[in-house]
Structures are given as C-alpha cells and as structure tokens.
Design a protein around this ligand. Structure first.
Ligand code: FE
Ligand code: FE
Ligand code: MG
Length: 171
C-alpha cells in the first residue's frame, strides 16, 4: 500500500473507494466474458462487423479490469479473489445471450454499456476532488464506455436500416 500516495485522499473513506472499485471490477470481468461469448455465438446479417466490435470491446473490458485491480491494490485492498463473488458484487449483472441474432446481441450489450456509464459516473461523483488518481482512472474508463455505447448503437442503427430497406425493396 502506498502510504504517502494514500495520504492525499481526503473526505472519502479508502475502504469505501475499495468497495466501489471491487463492484466495478466484478462488472468488468462479467462484461469481458459477455463480449467474449457473444462474439463466438452471434449470428446474422453484418455479423463480421459485429464480431470485430465485440472483440475489441472484450479487450477493453479486460484492460479496465486490470486498471481497477491495480488501483485496488494501490489503495491497500484486495481485488475479489473468487469469480463466484462477481455475481454478489456486480452492479450491472450478466446478460446471458438468449437469442444469438446480431440485433438482440447488440441490444444486450448496449444495456450493459449504459449501466457501466451510470456506475462510473456515480463513482466519479464520489471521488471528485477527493481522490484524484481514482478520479482520473474512472474518467478514462468512463470515456471508453461512452465510446462503446456509441459504437454499438451506430452498428445497431446501420443494421436496422439495412433490414428495413431490404424488407421495403422486396415488398
Ligand atoms: Fe469497462
Ligand atoms: Fe464497455
Ligand atoms: Mg468500439
């Protein structure tokens, strides 16, 4: 634990920051796995574009898990050690793919990103002006999650429009 590094944190309990970060840590692993498995099972039109995006997002979520775990350790905490704990601590849960169609998969993922944005926005409010290191990290992750939502929504719009135009042209 970084003694001087942690002495600059003011106005928020370090144990509370660790608790919030461990919840986010659980979210990141579940998000990683959700993208990983979605990229394996997804079916349908423009599937290749969707698989590329899901795969990039999986890598980002794993990178976020690394960032959050490193910060927890720096703060003197222990990242959740057992995957069974992910389900107890997660904010955003896990959206098991039920239908493998590209549109449904994208909708599940957009829901996850929206939850991630709310989660990090709330952590950022709590640590702002109190723990600058966590605040900076959370801001970086938040920017990625906003980009993720936008990328998925743009793909969803393109695919929906494509399907609409095809239906129109054959009717
Ligand atoms: Fe993430
Ligand atoms: Fe994300
Ligand atoms: Mg992307």
């Amino acid at each position: 634990m970084a003694v001087r590094g942690n002495s600059i944190i003011k106005g928020v309990e370090i144990s509370e920051i660790i608790r919030l970060l461990n919840r986010a840590y659980a979210d990141e692993w579940l998000a990683y796995y959700q993208y990983f498995i979605e990229a394996k099972v997804v079916k349908g039109i423009m599937k290749d574009a969707v698989i590329s995006e899901l795969t990039l997002h999986a890598a980002d979520e794993l990178r976020h898990a690394t960032m959050v775990a490193d910060r927890i350790v720096q703060l003197g905490g222990i990242p959740l050690l057992n995957p069974q704990e992910w389900f107890k601590h997660t904010n955003c849960g896990y959206e098991e793919p039920s239908e493998f169609d590209v549109v449904k998969i994208l909708e599940d993922s957009i829901k996850g990103e929206q939850c991630a944005i709310s989660t990090y926005a709330s952590i950022s409010d709590i640590v702002k002006d109190k723990d600058i290191i966590t605040y900076n990290m959370v801001s970086q992750i938040l920017a990625d999650e906003v980009e993720h939502e936008e990328d998925l929504q743009a793909l969803h719009n393109d695919i929906s429009e494509f399907i609409y135009n095809i239906k129109k042209s054959i009717s």
